[in-house]
Ligand binder design. Sequence first.
Ligand code: ATP
Length: 352
Amino acid sequence: MEQNMSNCLLRVHGLTKQFSPAGEKVVNDVSFSVAQNEIFAILGPSGCGKTTTLRIMAGFERVDSGSVELKNRVIECQHTSISADKRGIGFVFQEYALFPHLDVRQNVGFGLNKLESKERNKRIDEMLELTGLGAFSHRKPHELSGGQQQRVALARALAPMPQIIFLDEPFSNLDAVMRQTTRNEIRTILKKAGISAVLVTHDQEEALSFADRIAVMNSGRIEQIGTPEEVYYTPRTEFVALFLGRTNVLKARAQGMEAYTDLGELMINRPASGEIKLSIRPEHLTLERATERNCNGLCGTILTREFKGHDITYRVKLRNGECLVHTDNRMPFTSGDSVVVKPLEPAVVLEV
Ligand code: ATP
């Protein structure tokens, strides 16, 4: 699961952490690498160990075994622990943690007291320009929106020129619209500055839209690492398939590149044989009105219709079980209609 990359900045190897000797490993043999200029997300449900992983990398928590290297230097292992302030890591947290009595300029310059005043002012100006905060430089935090405050927090974290930025659920205090705008803005700023980042989040949409690669974590372990497209379209496990969005998990009997399921025969994404489990996303299925010709004994009935404006999700009752089908808004079915479910893409074979 760990990649060999030539431009590796952060390398985490076999990280393991237990808070009590009899307790579970809350971080269990976690390995991944982050490249220069890469935005990497650790995505998983509450309690899966993602914050503990970040805290170990940041120097706020000791590791039991495994190691963290930043630019080929070990910063954390069983025998060594470089203190957090000497690791060259910047932080942005969920709560912006800005100083309320300082204005934007003073907040951004807070960690720069070792610089001479000319150099300090130049750096602050650069950060304000980079984050588009120049016009707000004399405002206090309470005079800014949540998204603007988060940009100040980012400017402050970037000002000392860290090697990498850690973002711990940085958008969760924002409302839905502001969250989307702020994460687009922050992604653009990070890419413009060419800085690597690790984002910790439980929000799959956030990870998919913000990160270059995602590690999906479950019960202390990483289940899959890949680009957003890879983890979404070809999940390795049932957990990843279900955590990344809606899907249909089907029992199947496979032979070669085909499998027999409750939806009939489906093409599959890799050769398999015997009893397997498949995932097929609702948008990779479509519906046709059932007729004598197309039904072939595999008709279903529309149970519910969820209209969402640009698309519709149907729950369809099959002979054994149900499935979800996501169509565009021109598919005019209603509850009780007889339909045939047709695959548009091969189903994905899951590891058992
Ligand atoms: P959330 O999104 O809710 O913060 P998480 O995935 O970040 O969850 P962690 O905060 O890493 O999860 O916690 C993983 C597990 O470790 C949880 O069961 C938590 O209760 C436990 N844990 C975390 N910190 C400590 C600690 N200092 N002492 C004991 N147990 C802890």
